[in-house]
Design a binder for this molecule. Structure first.
Ligand code: PMP
Ligand code: GLN
Length: 458
C-alpha cells in the first residue's frame, strides 16, 4: 500500500488515510461494512480495525518524510546472522527448506532453553517450556487467545504497545487501564524512571475477574525499565489475586548504563504464573524476520501452544536455523560484554543515538523523556509555540495525531502519536507527546536533525 500511495499528493494521501482510518481507533465506516448483512466482519473485531503503524507508515512514505515512526533499524543486522540465513538454504542443508517441529525448530528451541535457562537460573526443558512463534506478536496473540475467557479482565499498563488492546477484546476480554505517570507538576526533562505507577491505583484495578496483567519491560514507548521494588508490587498483586503475568520483554537487550533489566518471572513465586516473551527481530535488529518466542512453565505454555498449532502451526525453518546460529554465538560470548551483541547493541550502538536524538529534540524546543531502555523516545512538544490552529486539519483526530500529521505534511518528519498507546479514557495524557524511533543510521538521524533545527528559527 505504501508504494502505491507514493504516487499521490500529500492532500490526496491524507484524504485516503482518513478513509482508511480517520482515527487509528475508530471502526471502519458503514461503506465498507453492511451492518444488516451476513457478509460482514465478525463482531469480535469491533474496535480492532485501525492501526497506527499502518496509517503513519503510509503517510510517511507518501510525503517522503524522514521516518522516525515505526520501530526498526534502517540498516543491516549483524553480518553473522545474515550469512547464517543465507547458508541455511545451502543444498546440503536441503531439509531446512521443509517444515520443522511445530512448537519450535529443535536447534532453536535448544538454544533458547540454554540461553534463558542461564538468565532465569533454572534448567529449561526445550521441548516443554519454549514456544517459537511468528514474531513476539504471535506469542502475544497466543497468550490472549490461550488464556483469556469472555468476561475476563486484562490489566494493561499505559502507555502500552498498541496491539494489547485489540488482542484483549478479540479474545472477549475487557481491558482495564492503569497509566504510568510522570511526577505531577515536574517541569523540564524527565527520565523514563520518573514515569511510575501509583501503588493504590494499581491495587484498585485487581479483582476476582482479573485474569492477566501485561507488563512491557522495557516499555514501548516510554523506555521505562522497571525497578525491582516496582516489579515486586506487581508480583504481590498477581499472587494475591491469582493472576497470570505476560511479560513482554522484547527490548530486554536494550538496557542503558545505570538501569538493570530484572525479569519478573524470577521474583519469588512468579515463575509458575508468568510467561516471558522475546523477539529475534529485536534481538538481532532484523524486524522483518518475524520470529519470536515465549519461555515459561509447561502448564502455561500448553495454553499458548494450542493456539499456535491451530493458527500458524509452525514457523519458517531457515529463519529459525539462522536465529539458532545467532543465539548459539551470543551464548558462547555471553561472558564477554564487549563482544556479545546482546550487550554491544545498547552500549555501543544505541546509546550514542539516544543521546544525539535527545540533544536534537532539546534544540528544537521539545522536552524529551530520556529512556533507560528500548529504542524509542517520547518528547513533549507543547512549549514549541505550535498552536492548535496551526495543526488543525478538520479531522476528529486527537491533538497529538494532528501534530504528527502536521509534522509529516509541513516538515517531512514522521513520528507516532502516542494516544494510540492509551485507552480511550486516558488518551488525553498523550496530547502534548510524540514518539520517535532513534534506531536509525546516522544519515537518517542527521536528516531529522536538519528538520528539527528549522524550529529554532521559526
Ligand atoms: N512487543 C513490543 C513491545 C513491541 O514493540 C513489538 C514490536 N514489534 C512486539 C512486541 C512485536 O515484536 P515482533 O516484531 O517480534 O513481532
Ligand atoms: N514495535 C514496533 C514499533 O512500536 C513495530 C510495531 C508494528 O509494526 N506494529 O514501532
Amino acid at each position: 500500500m505504501a508504494t502505491k500511495l507514493v504516487r499521490y499528493s500529500i492532500c490526496e494521501t491524507l484524504r485516503i488515510s482518513k478513509i482508511l482510518s480517520a482515527s487509528t481507533k475508530t471502526p471502519f465506516s458503514s461503506t465498507t461494512m453492511a451492518p444488516n448483512n451476513k457478509i460482514r466482519m465478525a463482531d469480535r473485531l469491533k474496535g480492532a480495525e485501525g492501526n497506527v503503524f499502518v496509517t503513519y507508515t503510509a503517510l510517511a512514505a507518501a510525503a517522503k518524510a524522514v521516518n522516525l515512526g515505526q520501530g526498526f533499524p534502517d540498516y543491516t543486522p549483524p553480518k553473522y546472522v545474515v550469512s547464517a540465513l543465507r547458508s541455511s538454504t545451502d543444498e546440503e542443508k536441503f531439509m531446512l527448506n521443509q517444515y520443522t517441529r511445530g512448537f519450535g525448530h529443535p536447534r532453536l528451541a535448544n538454544a533458547i532453553a540454554k540461553l534463558y535457562g542461564r538468565f532465569h537460573n533454572r534448567e529449561l526443558d526445550a521441548m516443554k517450556q519454549v514456544l517459537v512463534t511468528v514474531g513476539a506478536y504471535e506469542s502475544l496473540f497466543c497468550c490472549f487467545q490461550g488464556l483469556v475467557n469472555p468476561g475476563d479482565e486484562v490489566i494493561i499498563i499505559e502507555p502500552f504497545f498498541d496491539c494489547y488492546r485489540p488482542m484483549t477484546t478479540m479474545a472477549g476480554g475487557t481491558p482495564v487501564y492503569i497509566p504510568l505517570r510522570p511526577p505531577p507538576g515536574k517541569t523540564g526533562e524527565l527520565s523514563s524512571a520518573d514515569w511510575t505507577l501509583d501503588r493504590d491505583e494499581l491495587a484498585s484495578k485487581f479483582n476476582s475477574k482479573t485474569k492477566l496483567i501485561i507488563l512491557n519491560n522495557p516499555n514501548n514507548p516510554c523506555g521505562k525499565v522497571f525497578k525491582r521494588d516496582e516489579l515486586q508490587v506487581i508480583a504481590d498483586l498477581c499472587i494475591q489475586h491469582d493472576v497470570v503475568c505476560v511479560a513482554d520483554e522484547v527490548y530486554e537487550w536494550m538496557i542503558f548504563p545505570g538501569a538493570e533489566h530484572i525479569r519478573i518471572a524470577d521474583l519469588p513465586n512468579m515463575w509458575d504464573r508468568t510467561v516471558s516473551i522475546s523477539s529475534a527481530g529485536k534481538t538481532f535488529s532484523a524486524t522483518g524476520w518475524k520470529l519470536g518466542w515465549t519461555v515459561g512453565p509447561e502448564h502455561l505454555l500448553k495454553c499458548l501452544s494450542s493456539v499456535h498449532q491451530n493458527c500458524v502451526y509452525t514457523c519458517s525453518t531457515p529463519i529459525s536455523e539462522a536465529v539458532a546460529v545467532g543465539l548459539e554465538r551470543e551464548l558462547s560470548l555471553v561472558e564477554n560484554q564487549e563482544k556479545c551483541y546482546l550487550y554491544t547493541l545498547a552500549n555501543d550502538e544505541l546509546l550514542p543515538k539516544r543521546d544525539k536524538m535527545a540533544a536534537m529534540l532539546r534544540e528544537a524546543g521539545m522536552i524529551p523523556t530520556i529512556p533507560d531502555g528500548g529504542y524509542f523516545m517520547l518528547a513533549d512538544w507543547s512549549k514549541m509555540g505550535i498552536t492548535d490552529e496551526m495543526i488543525e486539519d478538520g479531522s476528529n483526530d486527537t491533538r497529538d495525531a494532528k501534530f504528527c500529521k502536521w509534522l509529516i505534511r509541513e516538515k517531512k518528519l514522521a513520528g507516532i502519536p502516542p494516544s494510540a498507546f492509551y485507552g480511550p479514557e486516558d488518551e488525553g495524557l498523550a496530547k502534548d507527546l510524540i514518539r520517535f524511533c532513534y534506531f536509525k543510521k546516522e544519515e537518517t538521524i542527521d536528516s531529522a536533525g536538519v528538520i528539527l533545527k528549522s524550529f529554532q528559527k521559526d
